[in-house]
Design a protein around this ligand. Structure first.
Ligand code: AMP
Ligand code: FE
Ligand code: FE
Ligand code: ZN
Length: 282
C-alpha cells in the first residue's frame, strides 16, 4: 500500500511530532500520507513543510468526532483535501477545542468522585499545543499510578459506560460534511465497525444511507481493526452507492505497538479517484 490516509501526531493523541511522522512515512516507503488528527489541523503546517522538503505527498486531513441521536450515535468522520485556511473551519475547530477542555474538566470531576485526583492544568500542558482527549487522561492515570496501563484506564474509567466517561463534543455529520465541502474537501466515514451505535445488525447500511443523503463521499474500508469479511461488506456498500474507498493504519505511535505506519492503506489508483473529487490544491 503506498497511501496511508489515517494517522495521528502529538497535536491530538499520537506520539510523534508531525515532522517526525512525515520522516517515518518516508522510511515506511509511503508515497502519500494524510495526517488526520482528532478535531484539529494544527499539525498540518509543520507536516507540510517537512513533506515538501522530503518529497512526500501530504493530503490535508482531519478526523472529526461526530455525535447524533442525543449522543447515542458517535462516530468519526475523516475529512480530506480541504483548504486548511478556511475561516469557517478554523472557527469551528477552535470552538471544538474549547469544548474539549470543558469535557476534560468534567472527566476529572468524575474521576475525583472515584477517589482519583488529577490536575487539569498539568493535563492541558501535556496535551498542548493540540486538542485534549481521553488518551491524555489515560496517560495521566498511568503516571499517577492509578492504573497500570492506558488500556486499564479505559476499561476502568474512560470507556462508554464507565464512571468517568464523557462523550466527545461532536458535530453533526451534516455540519461537518458541509464545512468540508465548502472548503473544497470530501468526507469519509472512519472505521465504521468501531463506532458506537453503528455496528448493530444492519446498522451500517442504515446509517450510511442516512449520511449519503447528507453528502457523505467515502467510507474507510481498510483499517487495522476491520476483519476481512467486514472489509468485503463495506466494499459492497461503497460500490452500491459510488462511494470513495479509503484506508489507513490509524497510527498513533508506540502506545499502540501492534500498528505500524503504512501497514494499512490504499493503492495509488484509489487515491487518484479521491483527488478527482477534491477541489483544493495546497
Ligand atoms: P476522544 O476523542 O477523546 O474520545 O478519544 C478517542 C481516542 O481514544 C481514540 O481515537 C483512540 O485513540 C483512543 N481510545 C478509545 N478507546 C480506547 C481503548 N479502549 N483503549 C485505548 N485507547 C482508546
Ligand atoms: Fe485516537
Ligand atoms: Fe478514529
Ligand atoms: Zn484515528
Amino acid at each position: 500500500m503506498s497511501c496511508d490516509l489515517h494517522s495521528h501526531s502529538w497535536y491530538s493523541d499520537g506520539e510523534l511530532r508531525p515532522a517526525d511522522l512525515v520522516d517515518a512515512a518516508v522510511a515506511a516507503g509511503l508515497e502519500v500520507l494524510a495526517l488526520s488528527d482528532h478535531d484539529t489541523i494544527a499539525g498540518y503546517p509543520e507536516a507540510a513543510e517537512r513533506a515538501a522538503h522530503v518529497g512526500l505527498e501530504l493530503l490535508p486531513a482531519i478526523e472529526f468526532s461526530i455525535s447524533e441521536d442525543e449522543g447515542r450515535t458517535q462516530f468519526h468522520l475523516l475529512g480530506y483535501g480541504f483548504d486548511v485556511k478556511s475561516d469557517e473551519l478554523q472557527i469551528c475547530l477552535s470552538d471544538l477545542a474549547t469544548a474539549r477542555v470543558d469535557r476534560a474538566r468534567t472527566c476529572l470531576e468524575l474521576l475525583a468522585e472515584q477517589g482519583v485526583r488529577l490536575d487539569l492544568d498539568a493535563l492541558l500542558a501535556e496535551s498542548a499545543p493540540g486538542t485534549v482527549g481521553r488518551p491524555h487522561v489515560a496517560r495521566a492515570l498511568v503516571e499517577a499510578g492509578a492504573c497500570r496501563t492506558q488500556e486499564e484506564a479505559f476499561t476502568r474509567y474512560l470507556r462508554r459506560g464507565r464512571p468517568a466517561y464523557v462523550p466527545a463534543p461532536g458535530l453533526r455529520a451534516a455540519r461537518a460534511l458541509s464545512l468540508l465541502h465548502a472548503a473544497g474537501g470530501v468526507g469519509s466515514l472512519a472505521h465504521p465497525f468501531l463506532s458506537a451505535g453503528v455496528d448493530a445488525a444492519g446498522g451500517i447500511e442504515k446509517f450510511v444511507g442516512r449520511w449519503i443523503v447528507q453528502g457523505l463521499d467515502g467510507i474507510e474500508i481498510h483499517h487495522p481493526r476491520h476483519k476481512r469479511n467486514q472489509r468485503q461488506r463495506l466494499s459492497q456498500l461503497a460500490r452500491r452507492y459510488g462511494l470513495l474507498m479509503t484506508g489507513g493504519s490509524d497510527f498513533h505511535g508506540a502506545a499502540k505497538p501492534d500498528i505500524k505506519l503504512g501497514s494499512v492503506g490504499i493503492q495509488r489508483e484509489r487515491y487518484d479517484a479521491l483527488l478527482e473529487r477534491v477541489h483544493f490544491t495546497p
